[in-house]
Write a protein that binds this ligand. Structure first.
Ligand SMILES: [Zn+2]
Length: 126
């Protein structure tokens, strides 16, 4: 009998927190920069996105791709303990995603700062 690997692995707390942060940052960016683009709830085979983010995450197609890339990279990060991505020697993102993610972090970081959500900024990933 073939046993299937569990589809949604148990995530450790730090990983879960980082994934939630990523989902939050990409959501803010997409909702403010990509208004009017067709958005749909984000689904991944590998992660229960809504459970991680604490709510449904609706994104445009390109932000969905970005977030799934980010989830994959963060989940498989080989560095332990994980440095912030800025200080990491490995730079695992593909250059295109890395560039977009930096502008997402800048944009949403500023939004969170203005709205007083400093809790998210204490562990900025980029
Ligand atoms: Zn978007």
């Amino acid at each position: 009998m073939v046993r299937l690997r569990p589809q949604v692995p148990v995530l450790d707390r730090a990983l879960r927190r980082d994934l939630k942060t990523l989902a939050t940052f990409v959501s803010i960016f997409c909702s403010q920069r990509h208004e009017g683009l067709g958005k749909s709830p984000m689904f991944l085979k590998t992660h229960d996105v809504s459970a991680i983010a604490g709510r449904e995450v609706c994104l445009c197609p390109s932000c969905s791709k970005l977030l799934s890339h980010a989830f994959m990279k963060r989940t498989h990060c080989p560095m332990d303990p994980k440095p912030t991505c800025k200080r990491c020697p490995k730079h695992c993102y593909s250059p295109m995603y890395r560039k977009v993610m930096r502008s997402v972090m800048r944009h949403s970081g500023r939004e969170l700062l203005l709205s007083g959500r400093l809790d998210y900024l204490l562990h900025l990933l980029f």
